[in-house]
Design a protein around this ligand. Structure first.
Ligand SMILES: *Cc1c(COP(=O)(O)O)cnc(C)c1O
Length: 476
């Protein structure tokens, strides 16, 4: 037996200790290192590219490469001023659950293969429902992320609303099935429609109002138009926090609309779902229980580790209709009811990692109250930035802060040039500078510096530092 592969327990302890020391040091250094170190693909490749190694190297040497290359040339999502995109910092406690899950290497296909793992996942998913205010008897499972959750939900919607058996017979016969989402919706909705054979064009992009929420009048007229043309409207997608600005569609109005038109209501809450924990945003979720399905991303605003999404289905039967399969090699022999449960009946994957251990440990160890406090504080930081911008005479907001995303731009006093070009340049300079990191968005045609507060380490002071950094790097 090759020792390096089997790694005797004493050796494991020794190596793991080096790994643990590295991780602890990393967490300790976060606030002092740049959020990002500029580099090039070629430079990084030169440091790691080599032919297939035939014999193993020493672990300390490899840990050195992880320190000097992998960690150094990483954009540090756990840095308190990493505001770009929707970057979750993760939580240190899940670095521990990740290691344990890797050791147990449980495969969560079904109860038979993972009795304890399956029950842990049920419990963790039930807690997510509770956080959201979603019915306790809904079905749900963890998936790789929000894109996969949206895909799974649309697959369930399709088989629930198709005139025939879409899973068995495909989409070639019958009317074009149309889904509706605002122009601000995430691209994974259109991508899902493409993969499901409905075509990306079947996802109708609906106009938005002054707060970038779906325009109900435009929605109504697009559905009427599609009906008149002989198409089959089947699903409306509500954004519970858009990726660009955090805009939140009115769930109650959309639930009424969906009921009147016999549409499936899917809520894309991949970014905003866990805002339900925060008193400041709780009211937005009043009608969430009416959704037929919900996409969540614990790896975003629940601070979970990357690769953890969740899809919920109000009626478990709709998920089974889309996904359940029986093959001889998966037949559950001698098991009934709860012990016959299989995750593959509810989603696209068969082999599945133990994502639930991360969630279970995170929620049990930290507690929902502290998670809620962190979410609330993130919202407060974004609203604080909005105040700072509004009280300044050289910045302006380009969208209202709804949750924890802020879109603004620099507008130096007396500047008469092209503001889009100035802010684009500022973005690049800021990203290279390393003190604060934001990304970009286009809001009604205007270039915006866009940030999202999604880190429990971020403080009000960091918001001021961001504005100071913009002023410092911009050389007008
Ligand atoms: C991030 C996001 C997604 C996609 O989620 P992934 O986990 O990146 O696949 C979908 N919808 C919204 C609104 C998002 O913010």
């Amino acid at each position: 037996m090759p020792d390096k592969l089997a790694l005797p327990p004493e050796d494991f302890s020794r190596l793991a200790q080096l790994g643990v020391d590295f991780v602890a040091e990393y967490y300790g250094s976060l606030a002092y290192q740049p959020v990002f170190v500029p580099s090039t693909a070629e430079a990084i490749r030169k440091l790691v590219e080599e032919p297939l190694p035939q014999s193993g190297a020493a672990f300390p040497e490899l840990l050195g490469v992880i320190r000097d290359v992998v960690s150094r040339y990483n954009r540090h999502s756990a840095h308190p001023r990493c505001f770009g995109y929707i970057c979750s910092p993760g939580a240190p406690i899940t670095a521990i659950s990740h290691m344990i899950a890797a050791a147990l290497n449980i495969n969560l296909t079904c109860w038979r293969s993972a009795p304890s793992g399956t029950e842990i996942e049920h419990v963790a998913v039930n807690w997510l429902k509770e956080m959201l205010g979603y019915p306790a008897d809904a079905a749900g499972l963890l998936v790789s992320g929000g894109s996969m959750a949206n895909f799974a939900a649309l697959a369930a919607a399709r088989s629930a609303k198709a005139p025939g058996n879409a899973v068995r017979d495909g989409m070639s016969a019958g009317p074009r099935m149309c889904a509706y989402v605002s122009e601000e919706g995430h691209f994974s909705i259109a991508k899902a429609a493409g993969m499901l054979g409905m075509g990306e064009q079947s996802v109708r992009q609906i106009k938005t109002d002054g707060k970038l929420r779906i325009d109900l009048a435009d929605l109504e007229s697009r559905v009427q138009q599609d009906r008149a043309a002989g198409h089959l409207p089947f699903c409306v997608v509500a954004n519970a926090g858009t990726t660009a600005t955090g805009a939140f569609d009115p769930l109650g109005d959309l639930a009424d609309f969906a009921r009147r038109h016999n549409l499936w209501l899917h809520v894309d809450a991949a970014y905003g779902g866990f805002a339900a924990l925060a008193p400041a945003a709780r009211h937005l979720f009043a009608c969430i229980a009416e959704a037929d399905s919900v996409a969540l991303d614990p790896h975003k605003w629940l601070y979970g580790p990357m690769g953890c999404g969740c899809v919920l289905y109000k009626d478990p039967e709709t998920a089974r209709a889309a996904f359940s399969h029986d093959a001889e090699y998966t037949r559950r022999i001698g098991l009934v009811r709860d012990e016959a449960f299989a995750f593959w009946d509810y989603g696209p994957e068969l082999s599945r990692p133990f994502r639930a251990l991360d969630l279970w440990l995170l929620i049990k160890y930290v507690g929902a109250a502290a998670l809620a406090e962190a979410v609330e504080s993130n919202i407060a930081c974004a609203k604080h930035l909005e105040k700072l911008v509004e009280n300044s005479d050289d910045f302006e907001m380009l969208a209202t802060v709804e949750l924890s995303i802020f879109c603004f731009r620099y507008r130096p006093r007396g500047f008469k040039g092209d503001l889009d070009a100035l802010n684009e340049q500022t973005l690049v300079r800021l990203q290279r500078d390393g003190s604060s990191y934001v990304s970009n968005a286009r809001i009604r045609g205007q270039f915006a510096l866009r940030g999202c507060v999604l880190n429990y380490r971020t403080t009000m002071d960091d918001m001021q530092t961001l504005l100071d950094d913009v002023r410092r790097v911009c050389l007008v």
